[in-house]
Design a binder for this molecule. Sequence first.
Ligand SMILES: [Fe+2]
Length: 210
Amino acid sequence: MTNNLFGVHYFPTDVPATFESRPGELYHYKAYIGSHRLEVAQGDCVYFFNESLDTAFVKRGPCTIETAHLATVIRGYMPPDASCSLSGVTTLPYINGCSTRQLFPPIRLGDPTLQLLKIPPFSKEQDHHIHSTSRVVLILSGKGKSIVGVADKNITTALTPGMACIFEPMAPHHFETHTEEPLIALPLHIFSSIGAIEKNHPMFNGTVQV
Ligand SMILES: [Fe+2]
């Protein structure tokens, strides 16, 4: 399901699909939603998750991977291969009671980063915001709502575990939770903002409240 009005796209991960960055975007990426076997070229890298959804990986090309949930190939970025557990607590504060953990921090300032974002239960106060670069997000656990748009035209979409959400640059949005369970989301920043300390890290600096 796509929302071309504001540049936000939602996908169930039980149906294979792909989504590629717009021709005019600053950075090139291609997301593979659902089950795929894909070849990653030299000069590119891929961020993906294992089938049991307990580990995140980044691998540099050339390589071949199989993915069941979500894999995102970023052109022209070649970090070393790494893996990271998705279990564990968040470690950095984010806005409006939310918090984050850097699964794969940017190696240099502004590099791509995969984060683990926790939105607490009954969180309705997250400020509406935009990001300067695309976000490719997997909903890991919990339920919530994604609100996209502007004051007179907001579109609400239910968030459920396993969904993929892609936010194009400058898409105005925020997430809410309405149950006793936190929402855990895994946003990949297609290149990021600077910093890695309290209130000065990619999740914080990459969010501009509107
Ligand atoms: Fe956001």
